[in-house]
Design a protein around this ligand. Structure first.
Ligand SMILES: [Zn+2]
Length: 192
């Protein structure tokens, strides 16, 4: 088994200097960094590259951060990507809206340093974290496993034929309990 590479974060903000600061901070913490200038570009990149996490501003041209979240939720490919809201003002009504839309975090930029933001996001990612692992479908009892899951011996997705990956999710803070299932990295179809 081979563990997947470093996590990928998508930074969405229309302010170049903000993207620059956070891009630097996340790269330093061993993240792959993708950048988008507004919600519309963010949605496009999220759909094509399915990052592990998204950190988005609120007010942006063309599409704001909340509309981005609503659109991400509509697509099976992007619905499960954790989103952190980056707020400049820290307005209470924005915080409530972020919560309602299922944001994993609401970060008021003026109150925390970029390094603290990286720590916060890394912490949440590794806790409720999802790890996707490629596996060798020719080992041991793999054919029997595939059969019991209703898949062919190549472990191809029933919906789109992409090879399924093993997804492991940590269940609690102690990180001792884990739940595993097979998911399609392309369309999101999964075994029970
Ligand atoms: Zn699929």
């Amino acid at each position: 088994m081979e563990e997947t590479k470093k996590p990928t974060i998508l930074l969405v903000d229309d302010d170049d200097s903000i993207r620059e600061i956070y891009s630097y901070a996340f790269r330093n913490a061993n993240f792959n960094v993708l950048e988008a200038q507004d919600g519309l570009e963010g949605l496009e990149i999220a759909t094509n590259k399915t990052p592990d996490v998204i950190f988005t501003g609120i007010v942006m041209p063309r599409m704001d951060g909340f509309t981005l979240m609503e659109n991400l939720a509509k697509n099976v490919k992007t619905a499960r990507i954790p989103v952190f809201i980056s707020s400049h003002m820290g307005r209470e009504e924005d915080r409530q809206k972020a919560n309602k839309l299922g944001a994993k975090g609401f970060i008021v930029r003026d109150l925390v340093s970029p390094v603290e933001v990286v720590e916060e996001i890394s912490r949440v990612l590794s806790k409720g974290g999802v790890y996707r692992i490629d596996f060798d479908s020719y080992v041991l009892d793999a054919p029997r496993l595939a059969q019991s899951l209703g898949l062919n011996n190549n472990f191809q997705c029933r919906e789109c034929d992409e090879k399924m990956v093993l997804e492991i999710k940590l269940q609690d803070n102690s990180q001792c309990s884990m739940k595993a299932k097979l998911v399609c990295p392309k369309c999101g179809w999964e075994t029970e």
